[in-house]
Write a protein that binds this ligand. Structure first.
Ligand code: CA
Length: 221
């Protein structure tokens, strides 16, 4: 899962980045409004954390323009001023949730997790597909009730596929959501990861659609 953080307070930005990375998200951080607007408008993110008071372009304007351009990723706004007006303006501009500063990073993590979950249509933190479960609050994966150890990349891929269960997901889409920008897109690491997940969770859990991509399915038989 890939998160964009737009925050001009370097210390707050670093704190959010560290905690998101610590639980396996791919994180991009920018410190001014114009750059944030551009990235959110042109790249793919599973969620955005957007400060409202930013240099060059303010958060409300960024949000309005994203929504005008049909950029529909979930957005959590951060506000330094604890006024109800700013929250109302932010929500009406298209924010999905808000947090007032100062906040605990645990709360940021919980809110981002809930936003991503709801954006993909899941009401509870426990995602299942056949014998496989993923608890999105702890990142614990089980298969037939036994804990399965996954690497960070395997977990990133499984998490994206669990959130988009049943959809055929292209290699490009998987790459965009589980790697940083500078990743070499021509390599075959996605196939390698798919094979490793099949080895750990059962061959039937990921179906290949030639030329189209991969689909997480409930294994049959
Ligand atoms: Ca600010």
């Amino acid at each position: 899962m890939k998160i964009l953080v737009v925050e001009d307070d370097l210390q707050v930005a670093r704190q959010i980045q560290t905690s998101l990375k610590g639980v396996g998200y791919v994180v991009e951080v920018v410190h001014d409004g114009e750059e944030g607007y551009y990235l959110g408008n042109n790249d793919t993110f599973d969620a955005v954390i957007l400060d409202l008071g930013l240099p060059k372009m303010d958060g409300i304007k960024i949000l309005q323009q994203w929504r005008n351009n049909d950029r529909n990723m979930p957005v959590l706004i951060l506000t330094a001023r604890d006024t109800w007006r700013e929250k109302v303006v932010g929500l009406r501009a298209g924010a999905d949730d808000y947090l007032s500063k100062p906040f605990e990073v645990e709360e940021v993590l919980a809110r981002v997790e809930a936003l991503i979950r709801r954006a993909s249509g899941h009401a509870t933190p426990l995602l299942t597909c056949g014998p496989v479960t993923l608890d999105t609050t702890t990142n614990r994966v089980t298969c037939n009730n036994e804990t399965v150890e996954l690497t960070a990349l395997e977990l990133g891929m499984l998490s994206y596929m669990m959130h988009h269960r049943g959809e055929v997901i292209s290699k490009t889409e998987l790459t965009e959501h589980i790697y940083d920008q500078d990743f070499d897109r021509d390599s075959n690491v996605i196939e390698v990861l798919v094979n490793r997940l099949r080895n750990k969770l059962g061959a039937g859990i990921i179906k290949t659609h030639r030329g189209l991509g991969y689909q997480l399915v409930e294994p049959t038989g």
